[in-house]
Design a protein around this ligand. Structure first.
Ligand code: 21W
Length: 273
C-alpha cells in the first residue's frame, strides 16, 4: 500500500497469450504512458514455466466434467519468478496484490481502479480453459475480480480492461485538465452532451449557451445536463450523487428563491398586480 506522489505502477500479467496483452495495451494512452515510463508492463508466459516435456499446462479435472484445467505447477512457478523480479527491482514481491480475473470475482469498479493505482506492483493472473487448479489460487491470489456478468473465453481482455482503467488513474497518464474533471464529479454522474464545429449540422444547432462565452453559465448548464441524464438513465447513481451533494440543491434552491423575490420586487415597482 504505497500511494506516494509519483506513484509509478508496474503491471505483471501471467498469461498463456502474452502478445495479446502487450499488443492490446501498446496503442493510444496506455502505450504512451509505457513509453514515458509512468507505468510499466511485463507479460509472463505461463507456458515458459511448465516442467512437462511437451510444454503442456493443462489437464483433466478430477471428478470428471467438460474441458481442461490449468495445472498448479506452471502457474505457481511463473508467479514465483514474478515475485523474484519484483524483489530484484527494489519492490516487495511478497506483498504485491495478485488479482485473479475470474467470472466469480467481485465486479470491477472505478473505486477499485483508483485504489489499485496506488500500488507499486500489481500481478494479474489470467485463466484459460475451464479455470485453474484451486490449490494454487488459495496459495497466491489476494483479489478475485470480474468485469461483469457475461462469459468470455479467457481472462486477458478483463485484465486489459482493468489495466486501462487503473492506468488512467495514475498521475501523469492523463493530461492534468482531464483528470481534474473526473475527480470533481466523483464519478457518479454521466457525461453532459458535447459539440464541436460546425455550429449547425443537418439543421441541428449547437445549444446557444455553449456559444455565449459565459463560462459560469456553461458549467451550470453542463452540470444540469449531467444530472438530468443520470436521473433518467442511472437512477441509482443519481441517488448516490444527491446524497453526497445536498449543498448543491440547497444553493440552487436559494438562488432560485432570490431570483423569484427579485422578479416580484420588479413587478411591484412597475405596479403590476
Ligand atoms: C469463462 C473461464 C467461463 C471459465 C467451475 C466449473 C475473467 C471473465 C473472465 C471463463 C468459464 C471475467 C466452470 C467477466 C468473464 C474469464 C473465461 C467457465 C466453468 N467453473 N469477467 N466449471 N466475464 N473468463 N468455468 O468471462 O476468465 S474476468
Amino acid at each position: 500500500m504505497s500511494s506516494c506522489a509519483d506513484s509509478h505502477v508496474n503491471f505483471h500479467v501471467l498469461t498463456l497469450f502474452p502478445e495479446m496483452v502487450s499488443q492490446g495495451l501498446s496503442a493510444s494512452v496506455t502505450g504512451r504512458a509505457f513509453e514515458k515510463g509512468i507505468i510499466s508492463l511485463e507479460t509472463i508466459n505461463i507456458r515458459d514455466y511448465t516442467l512437462s516435456k511437451h510444454k503442456k499446462v493443462d489437464d483433466y479435472p478430477y471428478g470428471g466434467g467438460a474441458g481442461m484445467l490449468m495445472q498448479a505447477q506452471p502457474v505457481y512457478d511463473a508467479f514465483r519468478a514474478t515475485v523474484d523480479r519484483i524483489n530484484e527491482s527494489g519492490g516487495d514481491g511478497e506483498k504485491a496484490r495478485v488479482i485473479y480475473v475470474t467470472p466469480q470475482g467481485r465486479c470491477f469498479r472505478q473505486d477499485m481502479a483508483k485504489e489499485f493505482a496506488g500500488e507499486r506492483d500489481l500481478i494479474f493472473l489470467c485463466g484459460h480453459y475451464e479455470g485453474i487448479d484451486e490449490r494454487v489460487l488459495e496459495e497466491i491470489v489476494t483479489d478475485y475480480v470480474s468485469i461483469g456478468d457475461y462469459v468470455l473465453t479467457g481472462g486477458e481482455l478483463p485484465a486489459m480492461v482493468m489495466i486501462d482503467a487503473i492506468s488512467r488513474m495514475v498521475p501523469g497518464v492523463l493530461k492534468n485538465s482531464e483528470s481534474a474533471e473526473i475527480e470533481s464529479f466523483g464519478n457518479y454522474l454521466l457525461e453532459y452532451p458535447q459539440y464541436s464545429r460546425p455550429e449547425e449540422w443537418r439543421g441541428k444547432r449547437v445549444p446557444e449557451i455553449l456559444l455565449s462565452g459565459n463560462h459560469e453559465k456553461v458549467e451550470e448548464w453542463r452540470l444540469e445536463q449531467s444530472l438530468e441524464r443520470t436521473r433518467r438513465l442511472r437512477p441509482e447513481l443519481y441517488e448516490k450523487w444527491t446524497a453526497e451533494n445536498q449543498e448543491y440543491f440547497i444553493k440552487k434552491a436559494k438562488r432560485e428563491e432570490r431570483a423569484r423575490r427579485k422578479a416580484l420586487k420588479q413587478k411591484k415597482a412597475l405596479g403590476v398586480p
